[in-house]
Design a protein around this ligand. Sequence first.
Ligand SMILES: *Cc1c(COP(=O)(O)O)cnc(C)c1O
Length: 483
Amino acid sequence: MSKEFKGGGLEPADGVDFRAQAHRLLDACLNQLENASERPWQEPPEGLDTRYVIAGEGREVGKLVDQITRDVLPYHGGNTHGRFWGWVQGSGLASDLIANMASSVVNANLGGRNHGANEMERAVVDWTRRKMGYPEGASGLLVAGTSQATVISFQAARLRVLKDVRLKGQGDQRLTAYAAAGVHNATRKALELLGIGAENLRLVPLRGHRMDADVLAQMVREDRASGALPFLVVGTAGSVDIGAFDDLNALADVAAQEKLWLHVDGAFGAWTRIADQPWRGLTDGIERAGSIALDFHKWMYVGYDCGMALIRDEAEHRAAFAARPAYLKGADSGLAGGEPWFTDYGIDLSRGNRALKVWCALEMFGEVAFSDAITSNCQLAQLMAQEVARQPRMRLGCAVISNICVFTARDDLSPAEQSDLNAAIARQLQDSGDAVFSTTDIDGITMLRAAITNHRSQPEDIIDAVACVAREAAGVNDRGEIG
Ligand SMILES: *Cc1c(COP(=O)(O)O)cnc(C)c1O
């Protein structure tokens, strides 16, 4: 049934062989997927870079599949493994495999026009809008991740106070934005990129891990009195360090009173919206925000990359980006139809198909499986805290709020010794393949940090991993050196 390809040197020379080799690679990929929890990160071997050097001479597909199986599949970043809790990374889903196969042959450009992939992105935006409690007609765009969604959201927020900014720039207006101390660097970067300047990000002090809303209101008034133009408050739903959540209702109240745009950085934490209580309650009030930035590639487990900017008011979203030169003119029907076009809502003109992998994930496993996995990840963070409490010389950096557990392996050492020891243990367990922790600094001590956004993690993984930390810490002398 296979036909010969037409297209000269850029098509497979032998269609029958190509099909056989593609099936072979598919099997290798399925094997990798099925055994994900037996394949932790491993250090790339010496000279891997030279194996990747491009000869550019053309090769048999079978040779290529051999090399991909040998030199590409094994050297992943570790986040597909069940004991990976470093940083905040998603674990990837089997549905990605079928979604990516289909999307690679369709090769859709979702900048606009009239084809199925755009409708699917609209369905994904609509599903997300409902989960976040936004009204019908709210607007959204799939992007590379929360960093990009933040830039898009802030530009829409800026348009609200500076209607002419697209034409005239900011002039000598000094816009100011507000966020809790500990806000993710994506906020700072977005303000830099938009020419607002990182110094115009005011860090509001915390009260019990949350932005102090009273101090926020006071800072806004003082800035306004000094001639600044306060325009934006960034609420954090899930801080990277400890998984803390601002009181979004309190921030929405201040935003309404002071006429600020409330943006929520919900990169991973926005998804507590679909978790069980008490975690669901952490994002109460998110539906009052002007915009939300969130990721599918973290706590929705979907493969990289995939994030979303959600903007409550479609007209404000569109006003910030719509621009259509003559050669991109739309039409009422035909291929140039399909309005509205996604290119009018963001930075990119050409856009890949991120919608299909989200759609496949939700349709293959069902929403409840995601709710359960997110709830389970929070329970595992609590379990880790209990295991830490059982170890006489370990200590939590702070109480677990959501899915992140931070602790020190030996609180009987000096802060500097603990820092060195925790960093050494993180490294040691990464190298041995036992578990991946990252580190963060709490009260001047570098601590071990597990951010659990991994649907493959099981209770025994948590118990074993803490035991591994205890084993490493036990072999330490009283100067904190691993023996
Ligand atoms: C990961 C993260 C970001 C950045 O998101 P990307 O998808 O990596 O661009 C922003 N804020 C928070 C809280 C994050 O965890």
